[in-house]
Design a protein around this ligand. Structure first.
Ligand SMILES: [Fe+2]
Length: 127
């Protein structure tokens, strides 16, 4: 079982090098707090807030996944160089139809050098 790095209080981290490391590996789930049952809506998964992640041959983000609790909803795979071989905030927009019940979304990201990272949970109410 791989070690999973989870969302941390990055703003409370004193060391700049640690803030950079944590921030650039942290996926974020961006979507409405509330959606209508049966309607399609967009969920953006974005890497990092302040610090971009490299896109080097031996060090890049290879996978972004979107989960609803224990269910994998969607994923996107990348190869090195697809983001221009320079640091960037990789992001992808997923579109899903709102189910019957409220959701608890999260994202997972894989860095080829630094492992598996999990976002904070994002609660989405379905009305
Ligand atoms: Fe990395």
């Amino acid at each position: 079982m791989p070690r999973v790095f989870k969302a941390l209080e990055i703003e409370n981290e004193d060391k700049e090098v640690m803030r950079d490391y944590l921030d650039r590996h942290m996926p974020h789930v961006l979507c409405p707090d509330e959606v209508k049952k049966g309607e399609r809506f967009m969920i953006k998964v974005r890497m990092g807030d302040e610090y971009p992640h490299p896109d080097d041959p031996d060090h890049f983000i290879s996978l972004l996944q979107l989960w609803n609790r224990e269910t994998l909803l969607a994923e996107a795979r990348y190869t090195s160089g697809v983001n221009g071989r320079k640091p960037t905030h990789i992001e992808i927009d997923f579109y899903i139809v709102a189910p019957e019940v409220s959701m608890n979304l999260s994202a997972m990201a894989v860095c080829t050098k630094h492992g598996l990272w999990q976002s904070e949970d994002k609660a989405v109410k379905v009305i």
